[in-house]
Design a protein around this ligand. Sequence first.
Ligand code: NAD
Ligand code: GLY
Length: 359
Amino acid sequence: MQTLTVDLGDRSYPIHIGAGLLGRPELILPHLAQKRVVVVTNTTVGPLYLARLSGVLEAGGIAVENVVLPDGEAYKNWETLNLIFDALLIRRAERRTTLIALGGGVIGDMTGFAAACYQRGMPFIQIPTTLLSQVDSSVGGKTGINHPLGKNMIGAFYQPKLVLADTDTLKTLPARELSAGLAEVIKYGLIWDAEFLGWLEANMDKLHALDPAAISHAIHRSCEIKAQVVAQDEREGGIRAILNLGHTFGHAIETGMGYGNWLHGEAVAAGMVLAAQVSQHLGWLAEADVVRTRALIRAAGLPDTAPDLGLDTWLDYMGHDKKVEGGKLRFVLLKKLGEAVVTGDVPAEVLAGVLTAPH
Ligand code: NAD
Ligand code: GLY
């Protein structure tokens, strides 16, 4: 097991990464304020891992209840969130009861938001079971739900007490979902660490095969970068925005294509290619850098071409982005491979050219 810390003063918390961690209640018990938890999961992950988690916690003297939600990005909304509140109220959960998110980013984001709101805040723990949630969404405290007009538009910054990433859970993850997680892993290389990008190019086959050493390294390095950025800028006043490389475009794709049709990681992958192309037009990336980025994204099993939303739809959905300031779009772009920059200075014709060019 490897352990990292997200350093946020008295709200700091550990990220444990390794195989077999679901069977280790001693990693969870010290973080409970009360011998009672409510596990939130979904109809896919519940049958796979809920009995195991509940069993080890109950053996440790913890009362375990659960809420099983419908599965899918299309359910990341108020109606589903309310099912969590219903269950907490019906079971008379208290302010010191811990909410545990067992699932991917959809479950993690909704559970975290429910924890932020219920009785104005109850503790919560992230047990991410997708690659995407292990490298990104479970860390850093962004929680929330979608709105029909915009992705992740309603939410809160609310940090978990613990992140427990059991790499064994990835063995049941569909290949398409593994690829979606690799998009966020590639993101860390592009924005922060060119050497890691090279490592990813050399090890992509091992990652697809879930080679234990390779997958652990990818998760560890990703979380290390994310923890470092979040510790500097928890509420995204500045540098944290670079973690959104490809997301302005990606969120427009997710919303425009209908939640769940393009996976978040797929939309981010195509969005990172668009960001690389804009960066090339601004003279920062060479054509060879864009070719290299696209090749890595394809090798990860991800789309390197965005759907044609039409310029008006692109601009409309991107206008809801959380980075918009004074009505002006801001983009995360690449100064070079391994170095990101946030800018509002993208000429309209460059943006339009990239969004409407045949890819
Ligand atoms: P997801 O939660 O929808 O999970 C993907 C699919 O895999 C689902 O069908 C799920 O039930 C299933 N699944 C989960 N674990 C499994 C397992 N071990 N075995 C088999 N199937 C399993 O999607 P995701 O990619 O994990 O997360 C995407 C979400 O995360 C998006 O809503 C995105 O906005 C959000 N996100 C949030 C942050 C953040 O900082 N909070 C960062 C990135 C993404
Ligand atoms: N996924 C972007 C962030 O956590 O800031």
